[in-house]
Each structure stands twice: as structure tokens, then as C-alpha cells.
Design a binder for this molecule. Structure first.
Ligand SMILES: N[C@@H](CCC(=O)N[C@@H](CS)C(=O)NCC(=O)O)C(=O)O
Length: 213
């Protein structure tokens, strides 16, 4: 299998974290011809990364769909918790990470471009603050979102929270993460997992970030 991805891509990072945690034999390459190229769009009509190319050549875009597929196809080691309630909580935290933290951060990063500043980023800042506020009610003292084991929720949340410092700083809110101590503690703990650490190290040059910076 092949995964089209870029180190800079926030939505690709959770999939790579899952691939690394499961030690899967997946070739990871940038999209052929570039992300916006006709060549890549001929392969993946959705046009986004990440995109997994299955063994039969079928393209599978959308990070959440890819991660669910990898869990179904390669169930060991599992990145899903046991039990319906824990799984529901895990999916919820993945959704909070994707829709209420990662998506606002990507939109805010785009709108912070000095060449095309957005005069009213308020809707995305509000969504981000709600995402962080809700997340802090779910994470506890344990290193991972659902306890002692890494799950898909961590693959989603840790890269998003890692991006937070840079993007928040562009809006004069460099200390935003420290306003949510449980979330800051969670990021520090989950980042110690080798698969998460590897992805954060891949993201760091693009997002000009280092752990603890
Ligand atoms: N919901 C998608 C979002 C993917 C996405 O927007 N990826 C960005 C790169 S991080 C992209 O491909 N942008 C190019 C485009 O939107 O044309 C997912 O989770 O995979």
C-alpha cells in the first residue's frame, strides 16, 4: 500500500501516526506531480491528502476513513479501546480533534497569511476555544486520551495540539494552550509515545516548532 502524504500536512499526520504505531508496511510519498496537480487529481478525485492507495489500486482519501480502514484490515496492535462506551468516547475525541481543533487551526493558519488577511477570523477562534474547552473535560491524568494505551484519538489530537502554539501566536494568543492545563499536560504525556513523537518531529520544521519551544 502507498500513502500520499506530506510532512507539512496536518490532516496527514494522524494517519502517519497510526501507520507508525501499527508498524505497517506502507510506502509514504508526496502526491505525484504535487498536491494541486492534474496528475494527482486523476488518481484521487477528492484531491486531498492523505490518500491511501489500497493493494488493488483503489484510492481511499479522508483521514478518518483511512484510519478506520487500517484498524479493520490490521487489527493488531489495536488502536481502538475495548467496549462500546470507550469506543464512542474515542470517536468523539477524534471528532473534537478533527473538527473542533485541527480544522479551525488550518483555517486560522490560512487566514493569518499577511498577503490575504481575514478581517474576521472570529468564527474559527470561537470554534477552537470551544474545542479546547470541551477537550479539557475529557482528558485526565493518564498519558493518553482514553487511559494508558495509545488510540486513534491520540493520533488525531496530538498533532492538532502541537500546531496550536504557532497558529495561536499568529493571533496574539501564544499562551493559549497554557489556559487549558489538562490539555497541555495531555499533549506532553501523549507526545512521549514514539509514533507520536516521530510525527511531531516530521511536522516541526514546517510549523517551526520544537517540543517545549
Ligand atoms: N477532511 C480531509 C481534509 C484533508 C485536507 O484538507 N488536506 C489538505 C492538506 S493538509 C489538502 O489536501 N488540501 C488541498 C486541497 O484542499 O485542495 C481529511 O481529513 O483527510
Amino acid at each position: 500500500m502507498k500513502l500520499y502524504s506530506e510532512d507539512s500536512s496536518p490532516f496527514s499526520a494522524p494517519v502517519r501516526a497510526a501507520v507508525y504505531a501499527k508498524a505497517l508496511d506502507v510506502e509514504i510519498e508526496p502526491p505525484p506531480g504535487g498536491l494541486l496537480s492534474a496528475e494527482f487529481h486523476a488518481i484521487n478525485a477528492v484531491g486531498t491528502i492523505p490518500c491511501l492507495i489500497l493493494e488493488d489500486g483503489t484510492p481511499l482519501p479522508e483521514s478518518a476513513a483511512i484510519m478506520e480502514y487500517l484498524e479493520d484490515k490490521f487489527p493488531t496492535p489495536s488502536l481502538r479501546p475495548e467496549g462500546a462506551e470507550a469506543r464512542a468516547r474515542g470517536r468523539l475525541l477524534q471528532r473534537i480533534g478533527e473538527l473542533h481543533i485541527m480544522t479551525p487551526l488550518v483555517e486560522l493558519a490560512r487566514r493569518a497569511d499577511p498577503a490575504a488577511p481575514d478581517p474576521d477570523p472570529g468564527v474559527w477562534l470561537t470554534r477552537l476555544v470551544r474545542g479546547l474547552s470541551s477537550l479539557q473535560t475529557y482528558v485526565g491524568e493518564e498519558p493518553f486520551a482514553l487511559g494508558a494505551q495509545l488510540t486513534l484519538a491520540d493520533c488525531e489530537l496530538a498533532p492538532a495540539l502541537f500546531m496550536l502554539r504557532k497558529t495561536a501566536a499568529a493571533y496574539g494568543k501564544a499562551a493559549l494552550l497554557s489556559a487549558y492545563p489538562p490539555v497541555a499536560r495531555y499533549l506532553a504525556g501523549s507526545s512521549r509515545h514514539p509514533a507520536i513523537r516521530r510525527v511531531l518531529e516530521e511536522m516541526a520544521p514546517t510549523w517551526e516548532l520544537r517540543d517545549g519551544a
